[in-house]
Design a protein. Structure first.
Length: 284
């Protein structure tokens, strides 16, 4: 009797598991058929494609890259893959795709804006995320000129300063852009060499920034010095950030008739006086 009961319990368990398996199989099979039917029906055919937010990139280019075309089926390619394809266009920073029940597709893009330019055979336009946007034959007046390092691959869509040895240079560029230094729009040229950096302001002042150490502190001091120059109307020529205990300002107050020794003496005197004044700025 006991053996019969055990066999019966085992049989009931097998039947129970078989019923559960059958139900799951039928459920997923039904879902598969439903998705297959929907994908292959006319319900998800594209009726129209609208592009928003593009100024630089042609709508035709975005449509072609996204593979969204009137009459095509929307779900043949995943939305994520389509969006990534659109963002592969150098000038596209972000892309969002929406599809409504009547078959209208809307692609909303955010375009990148040139921030730097690098002179090679032509001019490479680079955005603030360090992505190369295009090669231009004309030099732009409103972009920061970037130089001092070599580019391995100048193809639009690639990124500059992407190697480990360029981390300090990249960090400096990111730090300069912070609003607390008020340097945006005031720097015209940036030269990033292996161990030192040099800037030039819009007004032509050369800034010998020095090494990539103490970046935040030196940028804070530079901001204060440039503000002081503006307030006092000093005829500044060079700011040396690492030539003394404090930054040194060199002005161009020498007369053309002065001999070389007088010029050098006056320059040294200018250094000494400004070193004292910027120590006071530093304390404040």
């Amino acid at each position: 009797m006991k053996k019969m009961k055990k066999k019966k319990r085992k049989l009931n368990k097998k039947r129970k598991y078989f019923r559960i398996f059958t139900r799951f199989f039928l459920f997923f099979f039904f879902v598969f058929l439903l998705i297959f039917a929907l994908k292959n029906s006319n319900l998800f055919n594209i009726k129209s494609v609208t592009i928003e937010g593009n100024k630089k990139v042609a709508s035709a280019t975005i449509k072609r890259v996204s593979e969204l075309k009137k009459g095509n089926k929307y779900f043949l390619i995943s939305k994520k893959k389509r969006q990534e394809s659109i963002k592969s266009i150098p000038y596209i920073k972000d892309a969002k795709i929406s599809f409504n029940a009547i078959g209208n597709v809307k692609i909303k893009v955010t375009e990148r804006v040139p921030y730097y330019q690098m002179e090679t055979n032509e001019y490479l336009l680079v955005d603030e995320d360090f992505r190369i946007l295009e090669n231009s034959k004309k030099k732009a007046d409103n972009l920061i000129n970037l130089s001092g390092f070599n580019l391995e691959d100048q193809k639009p869509g690639n990124y500059i300063l992407n190697n480990k040895e360029d981390e300090e240079k990249k960090a400096l560029l990111l730090e300069i852009k912070k609003d607390k230094y008020s340097l945006n729009g005031n720097i015209k040229e940036i030269e990033l060499m292996d161990s030192i950096a040099t800037f030039t302001t819009v007004s032509g002042i050369k800034i010998e920034f020095g090494s990539y150490n103490n970046t935040a502190y030196k940028l804070k001091m530079l901001s204060l010095i440039l503000d002081d120059i503006k307030k006092t109307n000093k005829n500044a020529v060079i700011i040396q950030m690492e030539k003394g205990e404090s930054p040194i300002l060199i002005t161009n107050d020498e007369n053309e008739g002065d001999n070389k020794n007088n010029k050098e003496a006056r320059r040294e005197n200018s250094k000494e006086n400004n070193e004292k004044s910027y120590k006071e700025i530093e304390k404040n």
